[in-house]
Structures are given as structure tokens and as C-alpha cells.
Design a binder for this molecule. Structure first.
Ligand code: F6R
Length: 592
């Protein structure tokens, strides 16, 4: 959600570094932004509502500062509520990601002690709390760390925060829940809410754990345990990601770029992920039961896995949305395996699920795209997707990467890894052809026919049912058209009441055992006036438009993901929406 970036070092271009860092975090979703730097012993601040994209900063040269992109929770989207927020003395500038759940009580106490507030945010209480704690800790060794520890202990909820302390020329940070990463560089230190913002400056990163506090100076980073108050020896990771993969590479939007990266990512998985698939399959064999968990698109991948394992390996896997897991985890024990799916590795509902599962002694596997993320570190067996940075808020290549690994794992479970490889490779080839042989253009033309519609339905059966859910999610979140995915067989149990003359309906009809039944469903929709777009290897008279797809067997779930992604992209463009940054959405959902 909110983006955090901080710098302290020898160079005087802190405002520009921070601005560029915040631009790298734009994809997380935000509605206002701000920067504070130290200038002649005071804080110089700018705050703005709106996008940072082409903005420049007017702040003067400085060697230390921090900045923030805000996704509003407490207080409207205004300049006053944009971060950073100052304490009464002007010594401290605070930025924050999360929700201070007891902010009202704290605000009342602080007001009673004479503090003055200038915003409606929960964040501002942190600045005033820390102001009091610093006064109390004056003269102590590590006084900034100790004061922050005391202030931090008073906050309820999941919070990541960073502070610019003008007086000591240091930055400080603390966290529970939301991620914070510290960067080690020569004569400089950095902090950010996401490693991708740091990679151009340094690959030497420390991931702050929950209930830890850090103090940053140009000489390096100190980390403290906020519970015990003791100094720790921080682990430093050398991150291997290539930062240049995170640019547009000639595409107009990250969404288009990431859609086009799918054949390469899937081929790479088919060729190189065999050992991971064998390992996950072995964990599943050893476990008495396997549970998949994820949110949003990742949940659709988990549901698709349920079908894939049943069909390919005759193995049942349980499935829950991350936000529902807590109500369904009571039967887990030390013989269970939970596999968490997450692009970011920071989705709070997934992390909470895994923490709850670990308390029950469960073994945890993970399919995760971000090396070093919280999920990556929590899991006993993390498998990286290798999809490269996904900058568009919508998940595309991370979805098909998860599906590809899960398909391979299902085949590995059934001792048919080589066959799985061929299936996944054929699917990757078909995706490549679709993107280059004119069918992507067909999807654009379909978008032209549909972009003014209010409602759109997608049906699929069996393994195509999660694909229908995913297609609907892609379309609604980026074009704001109301789209719903259904299991084809459920139509006559209620949904068909929604069909009116002209209602568009996408029908996912691969040549598997669902084929005849899904065409019957399409007939029922057509008989009520529906406009049928069929995604299928074969034409059929029920289709008003046929989108031809090669028959790739079990790889169909990979191939069927693609046309709706392209359709969603063009619907967004035709409706004047920004495909990379849909309204109200954040790339990484770190609050509950
Ligand atoms: C949809 C989308 C979201 C994410 C969900 C989980 O396009 O991107 O539904 O899939 O927020 O995010 P991760 O995978 O980072 O846990």
C-alpha cells in the first residue's frame, strides 16, 4: 500500500533520490505524496495531492530525508493529511504505513498534554508520542532507538513507520506487519517499503522483522529488538534481482509488458523448475493433507490447483482465501502442509494465515515472486516464481507463473514430470503465437464492441471455472465494468436471471470433458438473448464471436488466462482508465 523511501548519506541530492524512489513505488497505489528533508537544522517539507509521475521537487539540497506515497485510510485525501507529519517542535518528521488502531485514545492523551494537531491522520499521533519519549530519553545511549521503542510499544495495530530526526541527523524505523527494507551502501543508508526501490542503489538489504527498530546514519544501520530493547546483529541479504527488468522496455504500460513476458516466464519454469516441483510433490506425499491459500488472483491460482491435482494426480488439496483461512484452519496439525501463494509475499491475510498455521506445527511451502519478502522468509520451503518485478497493480505473469509451477508439481506428484514439462511448454508456445499472430488484435476488436456495456459475464466449468473468476476480476478491476465469473452449471440456479438481450458472455470451452456441458450453458444464455464470445479450439454455431485457441490439453488453464487479460487491457484503454494503476487498488495489500 503506502510507499516509504528514505536516504541518509554524503550526497546532497536527497530530495531527488527520494522523489525517484517514490516514483518506483507508485505502482503500490496512492492518492497523495510528500517529502521532508533536513535544511539548516530544520525540516523542509512538501506535500501534494495526486500523482507523482511527472512531478519534480523544489526542495533544497540535503543529505538526509524521507518521502511517502499515501493510500488514505484515516482522514480525507488532502495536502494536510499527506505525510510526513511533524511533532510540535519541528524536530521529527514521520511517515507511516498501516493503521494505529488506538489513535483516538492516544490523540486525546496528547491533546491533554498540550500537543497541537494539524491533520486528521492516525500517523500524526506517532510524531507527538515520539516527541515526548525523546524528551524522556534525553542523554541516554541510543536515545533515538530507545525513544522509538517506547513510542512504538504504545501503538496498537500493524504499522511500519519511519522518522527523520533533524537533531541527531538520523533516520529511524520500526515495524509490525507492513514491510520495511534497509539498504546498506558505501557512506549511505536507505530504507524503503519495497526492495525494488532500492535496487539501483544497493543489493545489500536487511529486512526489518516485526517488532524491530532501526536507526540509520551515513555510517550504516543499527537494529534493535523492540521487545527486549537490545541491539541485534542484522542479517544482510545479497539480492540477485536485476533492476533493469522493472522498466517499460518500449511498451506503453506495464500491464502490456507483463502480459507479453508470459511465454518467456512459463518456458523458463518448464525448463528450470523441475527440482522445485519434485520438492513440493515430495512434501505433499509426506503430508497427510495439503492446503493452498492466497488472495485475489493468487486465490484463483490456488483454486485452479485444486482442479489440476484432482485431474492429473488424483490428489485432493484444500483451498481457502487468505481472509477466510482463520475460520477454516482448526483441523491442521504437524502432519499438514500449507502452500501459500503470493506475488508480493506481503499480503497481510496470507501472512496471518501462515503465522496461524505455524502455531499448529504445519510445514509451510510458498510460491512467491519477491525474494526476501515476509512470506519468503516465513516459509520452510519458499519457491521463487522467477517472473521478475510485476509493476502493474494487476497480477498477470505472476498468475500464469504460479499455474505453471502448480501444473508441473501435479505431474511430478504423479511421477510424470517430463510429460508436465511438455504440457507447460506447449501452452507457453501457444501463448506466444496468440500474442503475435493477430488474435491479440481480435481481442482489441472485441473490446471495441464491449467497452460501453455495463455488465459482462464469464462462464467455465471444471478447471475453467477458476479461470472465469480470474477473467472477471481482471476486467472489473481495470475497466470498472461489472464482470462476474460463474461455474457454467450454476447458471440455471439463479444467475441466468441476469441475462438480457445483448448481454455479453465469455464462454471458456476447452476440448476437455467440460466441452459439451459448457456449450449447453452457452445455448441457455443465447436463448435469452445473450451475446456469446467463445474461447475454444473449435468454432460452434452458438458463438457470435469465436476466439480460436490451440488444444493444449491440461495446459489449457494457462492459455485460457491470456485472452481475458488482453481484453481487460483494451477495455481499460477504451474507457480512459489507467491499466497500471486502477482506482482504489494497491499492489501490495498490507492492511487488513
Ligand atoms: C488482482 C491482484 C490481486 C492480488 C492480491 C494478492 O489482479 O493483483 O487480487 O492477486 O492482492 O496479492 P499477492 O499475490 O501479492 O499476495
Amino acid at each position: 500500500m503506502c510507499g516509504i523511501f528514505g536516504y541518509v548519506g554524503r550526497c546532497e541530492d536527497a530530495p531527488q533520490r527520494i522523489l525517484e524512489g517514490l516514483k518506483k513505488l507508485e505502482y503500490r497505489g496512492y492518492d497523495s505524496w510528500g517529502i521532508a528533508v533536513r535544511l539548516n537544522g530544520n525540516a523542509a517539507i512538501e506535500r501534494h495531492v495526486g500523482k507523482i509521475g511527472l512531478a519534480s521537487t523544489m526542495l533544497p539540497a540535503s543529505e538526509i530525508g524521507l518521502g511517502h506515497t499515501r493510500w488514505a485510510t484515516h482522514g480525507a485525501v488532502t495536502e494536510e493529511n499527506a505525510h510526513p507529519h511533524l511533532d510540535c517542535s519541528g524536530r521529527l518528521a514521520v511517515i507511516h504505513n498501516g493503521i494505529v488502531e488506538n489513535h483516538q485514545a492516544l490523540r486525546r492523551e496528547l491533546l491533554a498534554r498540550g500537543h497541537l494537531f494539524h491533520s486528521q491522520t492516525d500517523t500524526e499521533v506517532i510524531a507527538h508520542l515520539l516527541e515526548d519519549e525523546l524528551r524522556a530519553a534525553a542523554g541516554e545511549a541510543d536515545h533515538l532507538a530507545q525513544a522509538l521503542i517506547c513510542a512504538f510499544r504504545k501503538l496498537d495495530g500493524l504499522n511500519a513507520l519511519a522518522v527523520l530526526d533533524i537533531a541527531s541527523h538520523r533516520l529511524a524505523a520500526a515495524k509490525t506487519g507492513s514491510p520495511l527494507v534497509l539498504g546498506w551502501a558505501s557512506e549511505a543508508s536507505y530504507l524503503a517499503s519495497d526492495p525494488s526501490a532500492l535496487l539501483e542503489h544497493t543489493r545489500r538489504l536487511t529486512f526489518l522483522e516485526d517488532n524491530q527498530v532501526a536507526v540509520l546514519s551515513e555510517g550504516g544501520v543499527q537494529v534493535f529488538d523492540a521487545t527486549l530493547g537490545e541491539r541485534l546483529d542484522p542479517r544482510i541479504w545479497d539480492i540477485t534481482w536485476q533492476p533493469e527488468l522493472a522498466d517499460l522496455a518500449g511498451y506503453e504500460h506495464f500491464m502490456a509488458k507483463e502480459i507479453h513476458e508470459q511465454p518467456r516466464v512459463i518456458h523458463q519454469i518448464a525448463a528450470g523448475w523441475g527440482a522445485h516441483a519434485e520438492q513440493l510433490a515430495e512434501l505433499m506425499r509426506e503430508a497427510r493433507g495439503t492446503y493452498m491459500v492466497g488472495c485475489g488472483t493468487a486465490a484463483h491460482a490456488a483454486l485452479a490447483a485444486q482442479y489440476a491435482f484432482s485431474r492429473i494426480a488424483a490428489r485432493h488439496v484444500n483451498f481457502a482465501n487468505g481472509s477466510e483461512f482463520a475460520y477454516l484452519e482448526h483441523f491442521l496439525n504437524e502432519h499438514s502442509l500449507v502452500i501459500a501463494l503470493s506475488q508480493s509475499g506481503e499480503t497481510i491475510d496470507v501472512l496471518d494465515s501462515i503465522r496461524a498455521a505455524k502455531k499448529r506445527g504445519v510445514t509451510v511451502g510458498a510460491l512467491v515472486n519477491v525474494e526476501g519478502s515476509s512470506l519468503y522468509r516465513l516459509a520452510d520451503y519458499p519457491v521463487l516464481l522467477g517472473a521478475g518485478p510485476e509493476r502493474c497493480v494487476l497480477a498477470t505473469k505472476s498468475f500464469t507463473a504460479k499455474l505453471a509451477i502448480l501444473l508441473l508439481t501435479a505431474y511430478a506428484f504423479d511421477h510424470r514430470l517430463e510429460e508436465g514439462r511438455e504440457v507447460v511448454q506447449r501452452a507457453a508456445d501457444e501463448i506466444q503465437h496468440f500474442l503475435s499472430d493477430g488474435r491479440a488484435e481480435l481481442m482489441r476488436q472485441i473490446a471495441e464492441q464491449l467497452y460501453q456495456r455495463e455488465h459482462l459475464y464469464i462462464i467455465g466449468r471444471g478447471p475453467s471455472y477458476p479461470l472465469a473468476l480470474e477473467a472477471a476480476l481482471k476486467i472489473k478491476e481495470v475497466s470498472y465494468i461489472h464482470a462476474e465469473g460463474f461455474a457454467g452449471g450454476e447458471l440455471k440456479h439463479g444467475v441466468i436471471a441476469l441475462i438480457e438481450p445483448g448481454t455479453p458472455c465469455l464462454v471458456i470451452a476447452p476440448k476437455d470433458e467440460t466441452y459439451t456441458a459448457i456449450l449447453s450453458g452457452a445455448m441457455e444464455v443465447k436463448a435469452r438473448g445473450g451475446f456469446i464470445i467463445g474461447l475454444s479450439p473449435e468454432p460452434d454455431e452458438v458463438f457470435d464471436i469465436h476466439v480460436p485457441l490451440a488444444d493444449v490439453g491440461e495446459g489449457a488453464m494457462l492459455v485460457n488466462a491470456l485472452p481475458p487479460q488482453i481484453l481487460a487491457y483494451h477495455l481499460a484503454l477504451l474507457r480512459g482508465c489507467d491499466p497500471d494503476k486502477p482506482r482504489n487498488l494497491a499492489k501490495s495489500v498490507t492492511v487488513k
